[in-house]
Write a protein that binds this ligand. Structure first.
Ligand SMILES: Nc1nc2c(c(=O)[nH]1)N[C@H]1C(S)=C(S)[C@@H](COP(=O)(O)O)O[C@H]1N2
Ligand SMILES: [Mo]
Length: 361
């Protein structure tokens, strides 16, 4: 279960969670700074990776628009570009920690990474297409396709697609062709992917092929049956809602789960925090099962939609034995991570405080 219990297969330093489709996790203990190097960035695919030549690639903009059009790779490269940092986290990150085992890729801590993305704002393409007044959402569709294994499922092959509210699409969604200054790799969505800042990464469609404005809420497979959760806003009535905003979270990178640390020593606890509706205001560490908490030091400056690194000097006990470390984040609106799992979140949005077990020797 924990990384120390079992040797994981590695591919270029990434944990192979699945070969086909390709699912690779960054061992979170290798967190090396604010920017995750491209070769260390986790990879999440639902279908085989489509091989697309830049010269053949076309992006269609259609649906509830006055002026549908399509463009090619060079056309996009000629448009005004922006570079923005954004932390992507898979909505299933930390699934291996759930005590009641659930289906899905058993991610530990590393289905998350932070990169700077260069591309064209989606708003520029929507403006060119002239979105009709009745449109409420924008569907983004990838070029990858395959069959869903288990019912309920649509018949035959489907493509990976998600929608976002029109307001979000017109606000800060980027159509990215560069990741940390390099051309996107095939694994991360070449030629072009969407980046939906602040949202779980299922919304950041790779191998983008179509942009469809729609006047009805989209209820595609990955918007309803998969990548959704139960929300209870009005009383107790659970309502199915597509996953969207990343939830507030702090993760410990080092010491790693299962590590041995010396007794009566100062050990640096290091990690990252992200998500939530507001800036990270505080990260705290507990070494006594959550009875007492001490503030960690936030490193660097806050960057919108990107994680914040932090560290804490932990004075280890004199007596050898097992110890549990926990980190929890608080945002500037005073919202703090929950100590307990919300079962309405199903197999996703695992954002409660996680125990990291270490052995004092
Ligand atoms: N077309 C397409 N886009 C996709 C996916 C996919 O399978 N197909 N996976 C999504 C999910 S669930 C995640 S977590 C991110 C992962 O992005 P990465 O592989 O660049 O880390 O891509 C998202 N975009
Ligand atoms: Mo994901």
């Amino acid at each position: 279960m924990k990384s120390a219990d079992k040797q994981n297969d590695l591919l270029n330093g990434l944990i192979v969670r699945e070969q086909e489709p390709l699912n690779l996790e960054m061992p979170f203990s290798t967190l090396s700074g604010f920017t995750t190097p491209n070769e260390s960035f986790y990879v999440r695919c639902h279908f085989p990776i489509p091989e697309i030549a830049a010269a053949d690639w076309r992006l269609k903009v259609e649906g509830e628009v006055e002026a549908p059009f399509e463009l090619g790779y060079d056309d996009l490269l000629q448009m005004e570009a922006r570079t923005v940092p954004a932390t992507l986290e898979c909505a299933g990150n930390n699934r291996i920690f759930l005590e009641q085992k659930v289906k899905g890729v058993q991610w530990e801590l590393g289905a998350v990474g932070n990169a700077s993305w260069t591309g064209v704002p989606l708003s520029a393409l929507l403006a060119r297409a002239k979105v009709k007044p009745g449109a409420i959402e924008v569907i983004l569709e990838g070029a990858d396709e395959g069959e869903i294994a288990n019912p309920p499922r649509p018949a035959g092959k489907i493509r990976f697609a998600r929608s976002i509210p029109l307001s979000k699409a017109q606000d800060d969604v980027l159509l990215a062709y560069e990741m940390n200054g390099e051309k996107l790799s095939a694994t991360h969505g070449f030629p072009v992917r969407a980046i939906v800042p602040g949202w779980y990464a299922m919304a950041s469609i790779k191998w983008l092929g179509r942009i469809i404005a729609t006047s009805k809420p989209f209820a595609g497979y990955y918007q309803s049956i998969d990548y959704s959760y139960w929300e209870r806003t009005s009383g107790e009535l659970p309502t199915l809602r597509p996953l969207a905003e990343q939830q507030l979270k702090a993760e410990i990178a080092r010491p790693e789960n299962g590590a041995a640390v010396p007794a009566s020593a100062t050990v640096k606890v290091h990690g990252a925090a992200w998500g939530g509706a507001a800036e990270i205001a505080k990260v705290e560490i507990s070494a006594d099962d959550g009875r007492t908490w001490s503030a960690a030091q936030l490193l660097g400056e806050p960057v919108k939609d990107a994680w914040r690194l932090w560290e804490y000097d932990w004075r280890t006990p004199a007596t050898p034995g097992p110890q549990t470390l926990m980190a929890r984040a608080t945002d500037s609106r005073g919202h703090t991570q929950s100590p307990a799992r919300n079962a309405d979140h199903g197999t996703y949005m695992i954002s409660h405080v996680l125990p990291i077990r270490v052995e004092v020797r």
